[in-house]
Design a protein around this ligand. Structure first.
Ligand code: F6R
Length: 263
């Protein structure tokens, strides 16, 4: 895993935007995007580059990691609505190029299979952005999710529902289930970029980066990917035992590993 530790959250957003910019410059591609709070600053930076520097998203398709079950695409708390309002509308990505699992489907197993089929039909997923839950989840793959899992229904952990209650009227209104890309699905993207900021994520980041690969920490599956980047601020890096080594790596990072090098 390639660990990038930045001084603060704004620098994390700029670096993540650099990686996204590299991906969208590579032609007709699919971008895997995450929702939640962490990537919002990255989306803001990409919108700024679109408006001020002409960064084009004309050849980009978007796929989301997950969607709450029982929530229609236009529901204010739906992730498809969130990404349109927060990012894709502002950079000119048409709604018909923004895809997410159909959490409002009657047959959710079929909806999961349909999403997997869609991912195969779309242009290559050049980059998948990820956040991480305090319990180490990626997408909504909660602890004990199979490392080989595909898009399917998962029951949200009560801690995840509590964390996400801020987007709803109260925690009781947070859906119990989500339709989420599986860990196996996530690992098929060409490059993974996991973002984390703040000390509430420090323990999960340390377990994912330095702990054993385990279904108990779904984000540890990134250790199995050949091009996984972890972009975090100092606070989120606070639990890393190999902090000094990560600094050594950063000090001697070859130019070809940096954004803009055509990786
Ligand atoms: C969102 C998602 C989740 C979040 C994670 C962190 O699409 O799949 O895994 O990335 O829960 O959320 P924040 O960034 O709000 O702390």
């Amino acid at each position: 895993m390639d660990v990038w530790i930045e001084p603060e959250a704004d620098a994390v957003a700029r670096l993540a935007a650099d990686f996204v910019q590299d991906a969208v410059g590579a032609g007709e591609i699919t971008l895997g995007l995450a929702t939640g709070s962490t990537p919002v600053a990255t989306y803001r930076e990409l919108i700024r580059r679109h408006r001020e520097e002409g960064l084009s998203f004309d050849r980009v398709h978007v796929v989301l990691l997950d969607e709450y079950v029982g929530i229609a695409p236009d529901h204010p708390q739906s992730y498809r609505r969130f990404i349109r309002d927060t990012f894709t509308n502002a950079v000119g990505i048409a709604p018909d190029r923004v895809h997410g699992p159909a959490g409002d489907a009657v047959d959710l197993a079929a909806a999961g299979a349909d999403y997997e089929a869609l991912l195969q039909r779309l242009p290559p997923r050049a980059l998948q952005l990820l956040g991480i839950g305090r319990d180490g989840h990626i997408g909504f793959n909660e602890p004990t999710s199979s490392l080989a899992s595909r898009t399917r229904v998962k029951t949200l952990h009560p801690d995840t529902r509590a964390d996400n209650a801020r987007f709803f009227a109260d925690s009781e209104s947070v859906p119990v289930h989500a339709l989420t890309m599986g860990i196996g699905t996530i690992l098929e993207a060409r490059r993974l970029v996991l973002l984390a900021t703040g000390d509430t994520k420090a323990a999960a980041v340390a377990a994912a980066v330095e702990g054993p690969v385990s279904a108990s920490v779904p984000a540890s599956a990134l250790q199995l990917h050949p091009a996984a980047m972890v972009v975090i601020d100092e606070a989120a890096a606070g639990g890393l035992a190999h902090r000094a080594y990560h600094a050594e790596v950063a000090a001697h990072r070859p130019a070809w590993q940096r954004p803009g090098a055509g990786a």
